[in-house]
Each structure stands twice: as C-alpha cells, then as structure tokens.
Ligand binder design. Structure first.
Ligand code: 5AD
Length: 346
C-alpha cells in the first residue's frame, strides 16, 4: 500500500478498506501528510470556493436523561446548574442571529424529556413562519422514527447525531450499559431515509480509542454517506468519570477532517468548538484541511457556562455570534470569507 494508491482510490471514489484508513492515520511521511491536506483543501475549494458557512448554535437545554461518561451535562453530574430555554428565548436568539447573517439555526440540547413532539413542532412551525428562508437543524439525541418524522414535517431540515464511536465495544466503554450503539446507528439511517440532511460524527482521542476504532468510524461513514460530519477532540470534564483522561490531539483531529473531506467531498464539515478550545489556531487548521462550516454560539450569554460539555469550553470571542467580525478576520487571514447562506450540503 502506498499513499498514492490510497489517494487514487479516494479521488476515484472507490471504497477504502479499514487498513487504508489506518495507513492514512499512521503511515504518512510529513511530506505526504502535507499532500493530504492540500488535496483535501482543493476538494473543499472545488465544492465551496473560499466560502465558510456559519450556523447559529442555540443550546436549548442542558437537562439530559443519559449518563455518558465523557459528558459534562450527564445526568449524574449534580454540580451543573440545569436550564431549559423557553420558546420565547429561543426565538429571540434567532431574532438576534438573523441580522448578523445566520441562515441556519441549530437547536442542540440534552435528551430532555420536556421536549415532546408537540412542543418541538410548535417551535419549529413558529421559527419557519418568522424565518422562512432559514434552515433548521436539530441536535436532540435519539428519538423514535415517528418523532423524527413529525419534526421533519413541522419544518426541521437537518439533524445532527454523532455516532461518537462506530466500534460497539468502544461505545460501551464510553456509555452506560443501557445505551445501545446499534440503536444510535439505526437512528442515523432512519433520519436519512426520512429526508433529513443528516450529520454524524465522532470524538477523536476518547478514552480507549485506537486507530482501528477511528478506521471503523470512517468505514461506517463511508456506508452511511452523511451530509455532515462533526468531529472534535475528546476533552476531559472535571465532574465526569473521565476527568483524568488525556485529551485528544489537534493534529489527529485535523488529519481526520482531511480524510473526511476526501471521503465525502460535498459534505458539510465543521471546524468544531472542541478543536478551537484545544488549539487557538484549531479553526484555521481545520479549514485548511477541508472544513467548510463554523458554528458560533448564539445561546443567551447567561446560559453559555452551563452548557459545559467539557472543561474550558470556548464560547466567547470568535466562538460567539457577537464575535463574527473577529471570526471573519481569522478566516480572511487564511484566504477565506464567511458567507450568508443556508449552506445546504452538495
Ligand atoms: N469532549 C469532547 N466532546 C464532547 N462531547 C460531549 N462531551 C464531550 C467531551 N468531554 C461532544 C459529543 C456530543 C457533542 C454534542 O459534544 O460528541 O455529540
């Protein structure tokens, strides 16, 4: 196996094997590594030019029925102050975001039992009434197929649900026994079938993760063919069982972004907050490796601290919706520009 032969497969859109992915993750010389980024970057440029799509991220609740070992808003964390936004608060976030240039709103939250289908459908209909030219993305975890169907009908366009890790044994290392990786993956296929622009993704460097596990994520995504993939480094949170585990690295995360861009040329790939939290240059590095989306925080300022998925989560400066000028400057530095557009995947 050589770098040229694997790159050739990618450009001809032939399926890669697990060994191919492990090779890309571990076997490249520094020169080949740079070629990988250059190829990913020009693929993104062909698809999107030098434009970066922005999404307004609204963190609508930090209540969650799950107890994932890595996550700061897990159910058994007693230290986090819980909150849930009202419909009015969510709509005001959109009112603030629209004139700033946001044409996609992402509603993200824990698996909060208060989010019934009726409640969410009412919210979605009102959002679509007030902002008919905006896309709405949901990121609210695992729900029934019927629920996904109703939410779609009420106006949701996209859904983000990271598989977190595609390896079932590794999944069980990160989650309590009652959580099912099969169910999570089934949800992703159901979302796609229902016509959502579907986003999957995984953490890089989560406890116990090997390069073979990462290769399984790539194989899973090769099969799923999602419209979006969100990846970020694992970062420890002090009030979780993984508090003492080492974080993932920026280098490995950026390498994964580049591989994903070549694997899924038209997909929307965000430069994530977790990466920006780990490395101040992370956002720029991800864009230079083929990322084309940034999701600044549009949540009300007073709740941002409370949506603490991991320690030191960035939510000000260029991570905040108010910081768009700073973000624009960071993008201009590397030859890109923020773009006001729904930014559907290709
Ligand atoms: N480190 C990095 N990412 C995390 N997430 C949750 N907890 C952490 C953590 N400690 C990610 C998960 C989830 C997304 C909303 O945040 O991948 O899907």
């Amino acid at each position: 196996m050589t770098f040229t032969s694997v790159l050739e497969k990618l450009t001809q859109r032939l399926p890669l094997t697990g060994e191919d992915f492990v090779f890309l993750l571990t076997g490249l010389t520094p020169g080949e590594e740079q070629q990988l980024y250059a190829a990913a970057r020009s693929t993104a440029q062909r698809q999107f030019g030098n434009r970066i799509f922005i999404r307004g991220l609204i963190e609508i609740s930090n209540l969650c029925k799950n107890d994932c070992y890595y996550c700061g808003i897990r159910k058994s964390n007693q230290k986090v102050q819980r909150y849930r936004l009202t419909k009015e608060q969510i709509l005001s976030c959109c009112e603030i975001g629209y004139p700033l240039g946001f044409r996609t709103f992402v509603l993200q939250g824990g698996e909060d039992g208060a989010f019934t289908d009726d409640w969410l459908c009412g919210l979605l209909q009102e959002m679509k009434r007030r902002f008919p030219d905006c896309a709405i993305t949901l990121s609210l975890g695992e729900r029934s197929r019927e629920s996904y169907r109703r939410l779609k009908q009420a106006g949701a366009d996209r859904y983000l649900l990271r598989e977190e890790t595609a390896d079932f044994a590794h999944y069980h290392r990160l989650h309590p026994a009652q959580m099912s990786p099969q169910h999570r993956q089934d949800c992703l296929f159901a979302l796609k079938e229902l016509g959502y622009q579907t986003g999957a993704g995984f953490m890089v460097g989560s406890p116990g993760q090997t390069v073979e596990h990462l290769a399984e994520d790539f194989l899973f995504l090769q099969k799923l063919q999602p419209h979006m993939v969100g990846i970020g480094p694992f970062l420890p949170h002090q009030d979780t069982p993984f508090r003492d585990c080492p974080p993932g690295t920026a280098a490995q995360t950026v390498r994964c972004v580049a591989i994903l861009r070549l694997l899924l040329p038209g997909a929307n790939l965000p430069a994530t907050t977790a990466l920006a939290t780990l490395d101040p240059k992370g956002r720029q590095k991800a864009v230079l490796a083929g990322a084309n989306v940034i999701m600044p925080n549009l949540s009300p300022a007073e709740v941002r601290d409370k949506y603490s998925l991991y320690d030191h989560k960035a939510h000000s400066g260029a991570e905040a919706a108010e910081g768009l000028r700073l973000l624009q400057r960071q993008m201009e530095e590397i030859g890109y520009t923020l773009c006001i557009d729904r930014g559907d995947s290709r």
